[in-house]
Design a binder for this molecule. Structure first.
Ligand code: SF4
Length: 437
């Protein structure tokens, strides 16, 4: 039996215990990954630490030597089958090809690129319903019904780059530029902390005004004063900077690949280089960040085959948080007249990503909510399990329109989506849905 187990997971009681334990194991040479805590463990800490079975003896000894083994629990972890899936789908009218792929999912088998494309291309109402149902079951069995809530602070809308679709690209006249001080950032951090939120996302354009020293100061203050998990989303930086920020206490890094098709990547990002973006993703992984990525659906020239490659990239890189949103070109940009990506294909991409990547954080993205008022609820019913609150101060948030008509997902709208999708708020959130909805 033991030989069949490829991974073990550590379940912690609190986020700070989880982060400290993960840091300890990494510092002793154990390769770890963070993943959503499987639903059956019902832990308050929604993130678990995974490590390879061959490291079990070492990891256990390290935890014992540090005197923390007693307060943690270690369980074997195996790739999930979806028992009973075909029985649940028996009333749906699905093609034999679609059925074969669903049977592979039920048996816990890996999908090929062609099979992923087949799912992304499904068009009939019953096949789409079957796809969303399977993804929702996978989410429920792996993670449970709790929706992870994170807070995003967009602390600067200056950017040195000119991505062709982006509303805060360098030279774009529309937004009033702003930079938040560390003090202003901390005020928002305290508010999120008081709400019980465990992870703050610090997001900006590629703004070198924020030197490593300023960012380190911000990270250290957040860690010292709140112990919150910190996700950075600040674009491409040097290896040394990524390392310094990691050492200062940043836990996660969100650097979206946007598309794994190099031709499309280069067209939409005139001053980016595909290989550099890939290299940055590898550096972040090597440095021990929980690595976030994501893509846009509906990019000019993008096919379902491209999206399938994106999903396989997320799996291969063992990406921990995957943001999938529709392509929405902002007004006043070179791409302003391009068509917006479809809600339908975005939801299918979310569902297939859940089925292929399984135990990952999948946000119901703000971009989806921006083109469909029910977008977040639909995503939560199609495999998503995370919502990011826009926590940027009111006076600034209107100027962080990376795409036009951006939905300012606030606590009230997030709680509404959680309630509408029949899901639960995390125990750590110091508020109840009925108080707001
Ligand atoms: S997408 Fe990001 S890097 Fe590109 S212009 Fe916008 S903020 Fe800058």
């Amino acid at each position: 039996m033991d030989r069949l187990i490829k991974q073990y997971i550590i379940i912690c009681e609190t986020t700070s215990q989880m982060l400290n334990t993960d840091g300890l194991l990494k510092s002793k040479g154990i390769r770890t990954e963070l993943m959503p805590t499987p639903g059956e463990y019902g832990s308050i800490c929604t993130t678990a630490i995974a490590f390879a079975a061959e490291d079990k003896r070492n990891a256990t000894k390290i935890l014992k030597d540090e005197g923390i083994a007693e307060s943690l629990e270690i369980f074997p972890y195996q790739s999930r089958k979806l028992a009973g899936l075909m029985n649940r789908l028996k009333d749906q009218i699905i093609s034999s090809g679609f059925q074969q792929v669903m049977e592979k999912i039920e048996n816990g088998e890996e999908l090929t690129k062609e099979e992923i494309v087949l799912l992304l291309k499904c068009e009939s109402k019953s096949e789409k319903a079957a796809l969303f149902q399977a993804a929702d079951q996978m989410r429920k069995e792996i993670i449970g019904d709790t929706v992870e809530i994170r807070g995003a602070i967009e602390f600067s809308n200056y950017c040195k780059k000119k991505c062709n679709y982006c509303g805060i690209r360098n030279g774009c006249a529309t937004p009033k530029r702003y930079r938040m001080t560390v003090k202003e950032v901390m005020e928002r951090v305290y508010e999120l902390h008081e709400l019980g939120i465990k992870t703050v996302i610090l997001q900006s354009g590629e703004d070198e005004y924020y030197t490593p020293e300023i960012l380190i100061d911000m990270i250290r203050r957040i860690k010292k004063e709140t112990k919150m998990g910190i996700t950075l989303s600040i674009g491409e930086r040097s290896y040394e900077t990524y390392r310094a920020l990691r050492e200062a206490g940043a836990n996660n890094f969100l650097l979206k690949i946007e598309t794994t098709n190099p031709q499309i990547f280069n067209v939409i990002h005139p001053d980016d280089d595909f290989d550099t973006r890939m290299e940055c993703s590898r550096w972040l992984k090597e440095l021990g960040y929980a690595n976030g990525s994501g893509n846009m659906i509906g990019l000019p020239g993008q096919t379902e085959e491209d999206i399938a490659e994106d999903i396989l990239f997320f799996k291969k890189m063992r990406i921990h948080m995957i943001g999938i949103g529709p392509f929405i070109p902002a007004k006043g940009t070179p791409f302003e007249n391009y068509e917006t990506g479809s809600v339908d294909l975005t939801l299918k991409a979310v569902a297939v990503t859940r089925l292929v990547c399984k135990n990952v954080y999948l946000p119901a993205t703000t971009a989806l909510a921006s083109i469909d008022p029910d977008g977040q609820t639909k995503a939560l019913k199609s495999g998503a399990n995370t919502i990011m609150l826009i926590s940027t101060p009111d006076k600034y948030r209107i100027n962080y329109q990376i795409y036009s008509n951006k939905n300012m997902v606030d606590l009230s709208s997030a709680l509404k989506s959680v309630a509408e999708s029949g899901r639960q708020l995390p125990e750590y959130l110091k508020i109840h849905s009925k108080e707001v909805v």
